[in-house]
Design a protein around this ligand. Structure first.
Ligand code: GRF
Length: 202
């Protein structure tokens, strides 16, 4: 399946997806990376791996809607069948989300539905969590709220700070996201009636 990754920053999850998809047996092919930030570090990483990149900056458009229309046009031009949000730091408009619903997934650095939104690692530490992790989910109009596809848990260790905890979660993200994309691309996981449906599992 032709897959496009949307980023805003360093793109380490994007790189994990590109590397996994480099294997010809992987059911998704990363055909492009779109960033809303011209300076996103991930753009150089993608280009160095031979992936097409596009920058679609919010500042070049009069409204959020017009920006999302331009991103949609870039996705169509790249022939996207699946969209992966990977550190894309902008809420998408309802029209855009509805168009791609069931074909667009996101990774969030927490065990949803706990800790939606930003700053998840510090909030996990502040709350005294002993377990933390990451979630891949289908994207719906509400932020970090769509049906869950896969999760990975990591321990919160005594003495952890935001840096050590986020690094441990990020390692889990890099394994989880390619696994979840594989399931979606294979059609073993799909979104139906607002829920995740799993099929063809032995
Ligand atoms: C990751 O922690 C991801 O879960 C969150 O933003 C961060 C992006 O990191 N949505 P990267 O750009 O993939 O390195």
């Amino acid at each position: 399946k032709r897959t496009v990754v949307l980023i805003s920053g360093r793109g380490s999850n994007m790189a994990a997806l590109i590397d996994a998809a480099d294997d010809s047996a992987f059911p998704a092919e990363i055909v492009g990376v779109i960033s809303d930030k011209a300076g996103a570090g991930g753009l150089g990483v993608a280009a160095s791996k031979g992936i097409a990149t596009r920058v679609v900056s919010r500042g070049d458009f009069p409204s959020k809607e017009a920006h999302d229309v331009a991103i949609d046009a870039a996705l169509v031009e790249l022939g996207a069948e699946i969209v992966c949000l990977a550190g894309y730091m902008r809420l998408l408009t309802t029209g855009f989300v509805e168009k791609w619903q069931g074909r667009m997934i996101n990774i969030h650095p927490a065990l949803l539905p706990l800790l939606k939104g930003l700053d998840t690692h510090q909030r996990a530490l502040d709350a005294g969590f002993r377990i933390h992790g990451c979630t891949v989910h289908f994207v719906t109009a509400a932020m970090d709220d769509g049906p869950i596809i896969a999760q990975s848990a990591v321990p919160v260790l005594i003495g952890d700070d935001e840096r050590t905890l986020s690094a441990r979660v990020l390692g889990a993200e890099h394994a989880l996201y390619p696994m979840a994309l594989r399931l979606v691309a294979e059609g073993k996981v799909r979104m139906e009636g607002g829920r995740t449906v799993f099929s063809d599992f032995e």
